[in-house]
Design a protein around this ligand. Structure first.
Ligand code: BG6
Length: 475
């Protein structure tokens, strides 16, 4: 029996700010994440709590070098082609196209770089899936305008995406508006370029940014469809589902409430502002900064498909005492007694991917794409220059199986699967190299040393077999 459709888009995913490097080459301007050092202070920046955005002498910034994809993209794309990729999810660096963000004309050299990338992908019949902004905003717009807290950002974004939709018409067919848009409520600097003003309500500022992002996203759908009606434009959210701690009705409601953190964004992007959110904000005295034709734009420009990242699930209780840890740390979760050990703060849950696919398909009945999934681990290169990453193969095998069941047994319409960090890259959370996801090892280390050599891991050969067998051979 056929499992995944013949035209299923198998591939991998990367992001400009985590691979490209060359942060000041060919006219590129600085981006928000360029100035965030690796190490222990990193999350304070991402929470939007750090005002001083200058480089510090004592800090390290591995992201400035990335994996030197800017110069080595041909070699890397050839490796993706060797694995049989049908699609590569990549993002465009906004500050390569508009170095400050508010210029009249785009930077031609920046556009040429992506011309070259798309040409190279075409050579191997690899479809690009482009994230218009993956945790990536011109630093100038962050400093001068306050990022997406400021409504002007919608216009800057409209201008930026118009340039891209025009330039890559007929070349790029699949687009995502913002990466993990729902992370804005927790990590506003990362997801929206926002620094929180301590004298104003944090929540109000978060919802201002959220609304502006949602309106900007709808504008991208509108502009993209007007320029090329065949464009498929999707959203992208962090899709780790919340489970109730027990079957106590209060725990069930706590899980419903937590899941709304992601549903809310998808609801707006797929069908309109939901009543539970309007009520919640009204109760809290938070206003959504609606203007002019926002409602109209949102209503008439819903996404063609939904896409999400999936790494693991989370657990929440309705009992505040049990929830103590979660209350104090929005990124925390209770331990799930039915799952294995906690690695990198996550408990693997392949069945959770099937659950998530079903939840979202049931709710929206729109096609889905899994655009991030993978295992970040510290790989060892042995004396023969080999990397035996069986742990990664196990993780991916179980998740691909669960995904295939969601399609074959449950009938979920799934367009594709792009494993995260198909080549090692700089981690978003640590800003370092040691948390590796790739099928391809990159010889760069946390202290920025290394020659950048690319080495095929065992998982490289395994994924190649998975793709060529259409997901049937997962051994
Ligand atoms: C997602 C992001 O949150 O997870 C990626 O979209 C990120 O940019 C990925 O790299 C994995 O997270 P981390 O922190 O392990 O790099």
């Amino acid at each position: 029996m056929e499992t995944l459709p013949k035209n299923f888009l198998w591939g991998g995913a990367i992001a400009a700010n985590q691979v490209e490097g060359s942060y000041n080459e060919d006219g590129r301007g600085l981006a928000n994440m360029d100035v965030v050092p690796s190490g222990k202070n990193r999350f304070q920046y991402m929470f939007g709590n750090v005002k001083d955005l200058s480089f510090k002498e004592k800090e390290k910034y591995p992201v400035l070098k990335g994996i030197d994809f800017y110069h080595r993209y041909k070699e890397d794309i050839a490796l993706f082609a060797e694995m049989g990729f049908k699609v590569l999810r990549l993002s465009i660096s906004w500050s390569r196209i508009f170095p400050r963000g508010d210029e009249e004309h785009p930077n031609e050299k920046g556009l040429q770089f992506y011309d070259d990338i798309f040409k190279e992908l075409k050579k191997y019949h690899i479809e690009p899936l482009v994230t218009l902004s993956h945790y990536d905003f011109p630093l100038y717009l962050v400093k001068e305008y306050g990022g997406f807290k400021n409504r002007n950002m919608i216009d800057f974004y409209k201008k930026y995406v118009t340039v891209l939709f025009k330039r890559y018409k007929g070349v790029v067919h699949y687009w995502l508006t913002f990466n993990e848009i729902n992370c804005t409520l927790v990590l506003p600097y990362l997801s929206a370029g926002v620094i929180i003003d301590q004298n104003e309500s944090r929540e109000q500022q978060l919802y201002n940014a959220t609304h502006h992002l949602l309106v900007a996203s709808a504008w991208a759908v509108k502009i993209g469809h007007e320029i090329d009606p065949t464009n498929k434009i999707g959203n992208m959210f962090a899709g780790g589902t919340w489970y109730p701690y027990t079957c106590h009705p209060q725990d069930i409601f706590a899980a419903i409430t937590k899941n709304r953190d992601a549903f809310f964004f998808c609801d707006v992007q797929a069908r309109g502002y939901p009543s539970y959110k309007l009520r919640e904000l009204e109760r809290k005295g938070i206003t959504i900064p609606f203007e002019d034709d926002d409602k109209e734009i949102l209503k008439n420009n819903t996404v063609d498909f939904l896409s999400f990242s999936y790494y693991a699930t989370h657990v929440v209780s309705g009992d505040e005492r049990i929830n103590e840890e979660i209350k104090n740390n929005p990124l925390a979760t209770l331990k799930n007694p039915y799952l294995g050990e906690i690695l990198y703060k996550r408990q693997d849950d392949p069945i959770g991917l099937r659950n998530t696919l079903n939840m979202y398909y049931d709710r929206y009945q729109k096609p889905l794409m899994v655009v991030e999934n993978g295992l970040g681990a510290q790989d060892e290169v042995d004396e023969n220059n080999k990397i035996h990453d069986t742990y990664r193969i196990d993780y991916l095998r179980n998740h691909i199986l669960a995904m295939e069941e969601a399609v074959r047994i449950d009938g979920v319409e799934l367009w594709g699967y792009t494993s995260w960090g198909c080549i090692d890259l700089v981690s978003a959370s640590t800003g370092e190299m040691h948390k590796r996801y790739g099928f391809v090892y990159v010889n760069y280390q946390d202290d920025c040393s290394g020659n950048g050599e690319r080495i095929r891991k065992d998982s490289f050969y395994w994924y190649k077999k998975v793709i060529s067998s259409q997901g049937r051979d997962l051994k």
